[in-house]
Structures are given as structure tokens and as C-alpha cells.
Design a protein around this ligand. Structure first.
Ligand code: IPE
Ligand code: MG
Length: 235
């Protein structure tokens, strides 16, 4: 969800106003995805690296996060949405945890859609954490070295508990991954939108999904032939 700062700057407003507009965009996209029957939506709300931003911006983002969780509680619970969070959650301020944790618990049995907030999240950090856990298992004799497989690593990554991402959308015009779900991205389809996140509309979401639907996913295998010559001849 990139481009909040530039959105504000273009209007001569403080960056925090861009984040506020961005949170409305999150609300919009969550609603649209729930309606479309998307099973899992993960939003990269705050990266582990975002802590390096100026203190007032970090605190504005944390305030907004708290406000978002309070405002969306009814909608989340009322629509069968399970709210999860992934990342280094221990770094979040207590006032955020105080609204985040109860909502995670209250929504734990919902199963219409899983909404995951990536908070203080980093893809490299997540891989390192999974590796540490497996190392501890080897050291304790619970598993052997040979058990450290690609799947074993995957199973230790909270961001992939909902499955590997099928489609990743990055707004704001940059064409990079910026430490998002690195391990799970192996075969994800990527859509880069020039829209700034606060300007990202239903139509932009639909067009990203339509682009996804038009692609042939091969996962390293060979694809279907463009025209099925054999059956054409037989017919
Ligand atoms: C949102 O956009 C990213 C968040 C941390 C929520 P930015 O704040 O990175 O916006 P730009 O890139 O400065 O426009
Ligand atoms: Mg940015």
C-alpha cells in the first residue's frame, strides 16, 4: 500500500493525512474483497523498516492503526472476517496491542475471509525467524538436518498460514517488493499500479484481479499449448 505520503504532498497536506486517506482505502479494499469471495487478504501496513521513519509519522501511523481497529471491529465481526497479524508484534505499542489482541481472539473462529495485517513485518526477518526455529528443533533433537526442507521452512512462516499469495498488488508506481513475503512470493502473480494507495478504487482492484485471471500460472512446468491442435483435428 504505497503512495500515501505523495498523495498528501500533492495536496500540500502533512503525510499523516495521506495515511488517514490510505486507511479509508484499506476499508474499501477489505469490503470489496469480502464481497468478491477472496479467501485471504494480507495488507502490508507497516514494515520492520518503517520504524526508521520520523517519530511523529510512526506515532501517527500507530494512532491510525488503533483507530482503524476500533472503527472496523463491527464490520470484521459482522462479516465473518478473521483478523490476524504477522510480524514482530512485540514492537507495537501497548495501546495498539490492547485493541489488536482482543479482536484477533474474538474473530478467531470466523472463516469467511482471513484479513492479515502485516505489522512491523519484514520478509527477511520472517525467513530468519523460521530458520532459528528449525535450528532449535535440530539442536533439541526433535528433527534432523534433512528435515529442513522448503516445506518445513514454509510451515514456520506465519504470513503463509493462509497459503502462498496468488496475487500481489503494489500501488504507488514503484516496481519492487520491499521485503514483503519474500519466501511466499516464489510463484505469486504481481501487479504494479501507478495509482497512489489512497486513490486505489474498486475498479483498480477489479482490473488487477482481471489481469490475474488472464494469466497462465505454470509454476515452472510447461503450459498448455496455445491452440490444442490434436483435438481440433479430431473434431
Ligand atoms: C504508505 O505509503 C506506506 C506505509 C508505511 C503505510 P508511503 O508513506 O510509503 O507513501 P510515499 O511512498 O511516501 O508516497
Ligand atoms: Mg513509500
Amino acid at each position: 500500500m504505497d503512495g500515501n505520503g505523495r498523495w498528501a504532498q500533492l495536496r500540500g497536506q502533512p503525510r499523516a493525512e495521506g495515511h488517514r486517506a490510505g486507511s479509508q482505502s484499506v476499508r474499501r479494499v477489505v469490503r470489496a474483497c469480502r464481497r468478491l469471495g477472496v479467501r485471504a487478504l494480507t495488507v502490508y501496513a507497516f514494515s520492520e523498516q518503517n520504524w526508521e521513519r520520523p517519530e511523529d509519522e510512526v506515532s501517527a501511523l500507530m494512532d491510525l492503526l488503533k483507530e482503524f481497529l476500533i472503527a472496523e471491529r463491527g464490520e470484521i465481526l459482522g462479516n465473518g472476517i478473521r483478523l490476524q497479524a504477522v510480524g514482530n508484534l512485540g514492537r507495537l505499542p501497548g495501546f495498539v496491542r490492547a485493541v489488536l489482541d482482543p479482536l484477533r481472539n474474538e474473530s478467531a473462529d470466523n472463516h469467511e475471509m482471513t484479513l492479515t495485517l502485516a505489522l512491523s513485518y519484514g520478509g527477511r526477518e520472517e525467513i530468519a525467524m523460521a530458520a532459528r526455529e528449525l535450528a532449535a528443533d535440530v539442536k533439541a533433537g526433535r528433527i534432523g538436518e534433512a528435515d529442513i526442507t522448503a516445506d518445513a521452512l514454509r510451515l514456520r512462516m506465519p504470513s503463509l498460514a493462509v497459503g502462498d499469495p496468488d496475487l500481489v498488488i503494489r500501488t504507488g508506481g514503484e516496481q519492487r517488493i520491499s521485503n514483503f513475503m519474500l519466501y511466499g512470493l516464489a510463484y505469486a502473480e504481481l501487479v504494479f499500479s501507478d495509482k497512489l494507495w489512497p486513490d486505489f478504487t474498486y475498479e483498480d482492484l477489479y482490473s488487477a484481479i482481471a489481469s490475474y485471471q488472464s494469466r497462465e500460472r505454470r509454476f515452472g512446468r510447461v503450459g498448455k499449448p496455445a491452440v490444442n491442435v490434436t483435438s481440433t483435428v479430431r473434431a
